[in-house]
Design a protein around this ligand. Structure first.
Ligand code: DHE
Length: 556
C-alpha cells in the first residue's frame, strides 16, 4: 500500500527511526537498566512532570524530548532538534537551576540521582495509561455516609479561622486552629497535596493530591476527618465546588494533568458523575496530546466553573446546571495557562499564561475574553491580590517566576476605564522566583514571597509593601531566621502568605527538607512582628495554607 509515494512499511520505518536512533545511542551514554528506569520514572513524576509534562512537551518548563535533550556522539541533533544538551549540561541545569525559573535540585536529589535524571530525559518518554469512568468508580470510597454525618458542628472550633495546611512530602493535611494555633487534626491525603478548597457552606474541605487522590474532609466532626475519597486521574492539581445559589455543596470538580481531563462528582459523596477530556487544538491551531487542566474556579454570579486548559490556552466556562447535557463555552486566550484569581467584584477572572508572559482576563458575565495583558516574565499569581491603588484605582496583582517585579493590572472597567486591563505599575521585588502574593480588604499591606530565587537569603524571606506608598522600599522579613529553627542542609524557603479570617495575621510556611521538622511563622500584619512559630515533629514540608473563611469567599 502506498501513501504519497511512500510504502506503509517505509512510513513505519520512518516513524520508528527516531526511536531506533534513540535506542542505538542509548546503548552508550544514556542506557538505563530496568531498576534505574523505574527510579527515574518515579522521580520524574514527583519532581519534573508538573512543569515539563508527562510527555515532556514543555509548559512552565522547557520541552524535554530527546530531540532537545540528547547530544549525539557525532555532534548532530535528532530530527527537529534545536539545542543539544547532553548529560553533562543537563546535570548542571538539574543541580543548579537556571535564571529562567528552573529550581536547583542539588539540595533535593543526590549526585547519582541527578545523573540518572540527566540520562532518563534523553530517552523517549513513556506514555502512561488512560483513566476511565470505570477506573474512577473503582477508586471511590465513602468512609462516612451522608446520613451518618453530624447534623450540627460537633466541635467547638472557630471553623471560620481554621487553616488547612499542606504537608507536602508526608501526603497529609494539618488542620490548624487559627485562634489557638493548635493542630486539631492531621489527615492522611494524597501524595504531595496541592491545594485545599472549601465548599460554599464552609463545612467541607476538598483536598487534591498530585497523585489525583481527592479527599473530602468534614469539619463538623468532633475530630475533622476524611469522609469520602476518589482518584480523578494519575496526576492532578485543581479542585473546586459549585458555589452558585441553589447549587451550594452540590458538585465538586477536579482537574487532572494526566490523563488530560476533568471530572465532575457529587459534592457530598464524591461519586463520579462525568469525565470530560481536554485533548484538542491549541490557540495556534495545532493538536496537543496532553492539554492539562490547570486552575479551576467557581463563579458566584453564574452556575459555572472556569476551567483553564494549560497547553491549549483554551479557557472553558462550564455550565453545571445540566450535567448530562453539559454546556461548555470555549474562550481562546494564550498557551500555558496556570494559576489565577478573581478581581474584587468576582466578575472577571485573571489567569497567568505563564510561559507566554501574559495574563488573560475573562469576563464571566459576558462569557468572553476581556483582554490579554502582556507582562514581565512568567507571571505566577497564586490567586493574586486585589486592592485599591491610590493613583490607579482597583488593581489585581501578580508576581513573577522569571523577573524581579510585581505587576499591578487595573481591574475596574466601570470607573477607571483607561486603566482597565493595563499594567499600571511594576513594583520592584526582592528578586525573581516569586510564587505568591496576598493582601486582605482590611489590610494596607501587600505580601510577596520569592521561594524559587537561587539566593538563600531571598528564598527564605518575604517582602511586605505598603499599598498606599508602593514607591517606598518594602520591609523584608527573613522568615527562616525569625523562626529560630536550626539551619539544615535543605534551604527553608518562605512560601505562601495567607491571612487569618480577620485580616490581622499573616501565616508563612517554611518549606524545608523532606524529613526536616519545620514551621509556620505567624506575623502580626500591623507591626510585622512574629506572633507565633507553629512547629511540631509532624510539621514537615508545610507549603500551601488555606484559611477557611478567606478561601470560601475568595478573599485575596
Ligand atoms: Fe502549584 C496552585 C500547578 C508547583 C504550591 N499549582 C496551583 C495551581 C496549579 C498548580 C495548576 C492552581 C490550582 C487552582 O487554583 O485550581 N504547581 C503546579 C505545577 O504544575 C507546578 C509548577 C509543578 C508541580 O510539579 O506541581 C507546581 N505548587 C508547586 C510547588 O512546588 C509548590 C510551591 C509547593 C507544593 O506544595 O507543591 C506549589 N500551588 C501551590 C499552592 C497553590 C498552587 C500553595 C495554591 C495557591 C493559592 O493560594 O490558591
Amino acid at each position: 500500500m502506498k501513501r504519497g509515494g511512500k510504502t506503509l512499511a517505509g512510513l513505519l520505518a520512518l516513524a520508528t527511526l527516531p526511536m531506533l536512533i534513540g535506542t542505538a545511542f542509548a546503548a552508550d551514554a544514556t542506557a538505563m537498566n530496568d531498576a534505574e528506569k523505574a527510579t527515574a520514572k518515579k522521580i520524574y513524576f514527583e519532581r519534573c512532570a508538573g512543569c515539563h509534562g508527562v510527555l515532556r512537551k514543555g509548559a512552565t518548563g522547557k520541552n524535554l524530548e530527546p530531540h532537545f535533550t540528547k547530544k549525539l556522539p557525532d555532534g548532530t541533533t535528532l530530527e527537529g532538534g534545536t539545542v543539544k544538551l547532553g548529560t553533562k549540561r543537563l546535570e548542571k541545569i538539574i543541580a543548579y537551576g537556571t535564571e529562567g525559573g528552573m529550581v536547583n535540585f542539588d539540595d533535593i536529589l543526590s549526585k547519582d540521582e541527578i545523573n540518572l535524571m540527566a540520562r532518563y530525559i534523553q530517552n523517549e518518554p513513556d506514555q502512561p495509561p488512560e483513566f476511565s469512568m470505570a477506573d474512577m468508580k473503582g477508586t471511590w470510597k465513602v468512609t462516612v455516609p451522608v446520613e451518618k454525618r453530624p447534623t450540627k458542628q460537633m466541635n467547638d472550633f472557630n471553623l471560620k479561622n481554621m487553616f488547612s495546611v499542606t504537608l507536602r512530602d508526608t501526603g497529609e493535611v494539618a488542620l490548624i486552629d487559627g485562634d489557638t494555633k493548635e493542630i486539631r487534626s492531621i489527615v492522611k491525603t494524597g501524595y504531595a497535596v496541592h491545594i485545599s478548597r472549601l465548599s460554599a457552606s464552609g463545612r467541607y474541605v476538598y483536598v487534591i493530591g498530585r497523585d489525583g487522590r481527592l479527599s473530602l474532609i468534614d469539619l463538623w466532626m468532633e475530630k475533622p476527618a476524611v469522609v469520602a475519597e476518589v482518584k480523578v486521574g494519575f496526576d492532578a492539581r485543581s479542585v473546586d465546588t459549585s458555589k452558585f445559589e441553589g447549587y451550594e455543596d452540590k458538585y465538586a470538580v477536579a482537574g487532572s494533568y494526566w490523563p488530560p481531563q476533568y471530572a465532575i462528582m457529587d459534592g457530598l459523596t464524591l461519586e463520579p458523575l462525568k469525565i470530560v477530556g481536554t485533548r484538542g487544538m491549541t490557540v495556534d491551531g495545532e493538536y496537543h496530546p496532553e492539554p492539562r487542566v490547570a486552575s479551576i474556579v467557581s463563579s458566584v454570579i453564574k452556575p459555572e466553573w472556569v476551567i483553564n486548559v494549560k497547553e491549549t490556552g483554551q479557557i472553558k466556562l462550564v455550565d453545571y446546571t445540566d450535567i448530562d447535557n453539559l454546556k461548555e463555552t470555549t474562550i481562546q486566550s494564550a498557551k500555558f495557562l496556570h494559576d489565577g484569581g478573581w478581581d474584587s467584584t468576582k466578575r472577571y477572572f485573571l489567569v497567568a499564561a505563564n510561559a507566554s508572559n501574559k495574563v488573560a482576563v475573562v469576563d464571566t458575565k459576558e462569557g468572553k475574553l476581556a483582554a490579554l495583558v502582556d507582562t514581565a516574565k512568567k507571571p505566577h499569581p497564586g490567586r493574586g491580590a486585589n486592592f485599591v491603588d491610590p493613583k490607579f484605582g482597583p488593581v489585581w496583582t501578580t508576581g513573577h517566576l522569571g523577573d524581579p517585579v510585581l505587576t499591578l493590572i487595573g481591574s475596574d472597567p466601570e470607573k477607571h476605564k483607561d486603566n482597565a486591563w493595563k499594567v499600571v505599575r511594576e513594583v520592584k521585588h526582592i528578586g525573581a522566583g516569586n510564587l505568591f502574593v496576598k493582601t486582605h480588604p482590611d489590610s494596607k499591606n501587600l505580601w510577596a514571597d520569592a521561594p524559587l530565587n537561587p539566593e538563600k537569603d531571598i528564598a527564605t524571606s518575604v517582602a511586605v509593601y505598603d499599598i498606599n506608598d508602593l514607591d517606598k522600599a518594602p520591609t523584608v522579613l527573613n522568615v527562616a531566621k525569625d523562626s529560630g529553627l536550626p539551619e539544615t542542609k535543605a534551604v527553608k524557603r518562605a512560601v505562601h502568605p495567607e491571612y487569618s479570617a480577620d485580616g490581622k495575621e499573616v501565616w508563612i510556611s517554611l518549606w524545608g527538607g523532606k524529613t526536616d521538622q519545620s514551621a509556620i511563622v505567624v506575623y502580626d500584619d500591623a507591626t510585622l512582628k512574629v506572633k507565633k512559630v507553629i512547629t511540631d515533629p509532624k510539621m514537615i514540608t508545610p507549603t500551601g495554607k488555606f484559611n477557611v473563611f478567606n478561601t470560601q469567599h475568595d478573599i485575596y
